[in-house]
Design a protein around this ligand. Sequence first.
Ligand SMILES: [Zn+2]
Length: 414
Amino acid sequence: MSDEEAVDFEQIEAETELATPEVFAGNLLEWAVERQASDLFISDEEQSVSIGIRRLGRVEQVRKLSRDYGRRLQGHVRVLAGGDPSEMIRPTQGRGVIVTPNGRKIDLRLSSIPSLYGQDVSIRLFDPVSGVRCLDELGYDTAELESIRELLRQPSGLILIAGPVASGKSSTLYAMVNELNDGTRKIHTLEDPIEHSIPGVIQSQINERANLGFAELLSTVLRHTPDVIMIGEIRDARTATTAIHAGASGQLVLATIHARSAAEAVDTMIHYGVNPKAISQSLLGAINQRLVGRICPKCGERIDGEQPEVDARVAPRLGNQSAELWKTIGCDDCYGHGFSEMTCVPEILSVNRTLKDVIANGSTAVTLEDAAKNNGMLCMAEALAARVFRGETTPHEAHRVIPAPQFSKLRVTV
Ligand SMILES: [Zn+2]
């Protein structure tokens, strides 16, 4: 693509139809990545094709295009992701790498399904330039970092990471692997997809079409005498059992799992048929996490005169600072949103002797959570409250992430 063809997205706003869909697609993807969008949507509507992005956890409508132009854009993006541009009846999926007019490389993962008025094209964006981040850069506070590092210092055992889609699970996994990757350990990862390459780590891609799922690859990798294994996701009984077994027999295993809380992660393993006793012998800890918007450092404002009540469990996380409430304003730096980035909020269940017994007894998630809280775990709402009172996020934002009553009370106050 020549420089003359490169068109700024803001210009395209007014003159879309003057740019070819190829040029527009490149600029649109670059524009989205610059704004830290995680997804881009190009959807057929009755009269038009709409473009939206998911940014800082929220969907934003960007603009509407004529149907003809929008469909050509959809087709082009599908070609970029290795899909069939003419397939209109069946869902399609694809992956690709695009180099934008400004020379930026963006990995994309596309899924397209037929909808009432045509197609809904959804593209996940991965910016390889942002690369693998360190644990310190993800938004954990000092106490949380210490708990996570304590888990990583163990020579063997299983560490589970739970949370919904787009809760920063893979950033955390990569940061953990990065921390362990000091040249003294043999590290293997099983991923779907491989989002970033990590020098010194052996990374394998899941390929379901070739019958290479997590379970098959995991069994093979164990013969390669790894010290650390990172499993993109535990989503079947065989992977769950093998991961527990590996953790109990000398390997440090890191894996994500589908669960709504740290305690429920143990439940999910039991649902996969793993014996509670075996879990108690292998599990080091479970981290459940969400992403929350951090107030823009340039335009955020403290609300004067507010003295919020702080729970005794949360107070130690404020250090010497008194509790504050902050609000968002919006400026050019944060594109008017009031938040500068998304940061991780974890609920960290570290398995000690007491919790080992609770797990071995096959207790419910509620019982395990209560026991963990009695042993010092801050639940998700408490970890979020600490961020609100430290002025890192707003009560509104905390309530959006976890609709807990304490945040709605603060919203009324603010
Ligand atoms: Zn701002």
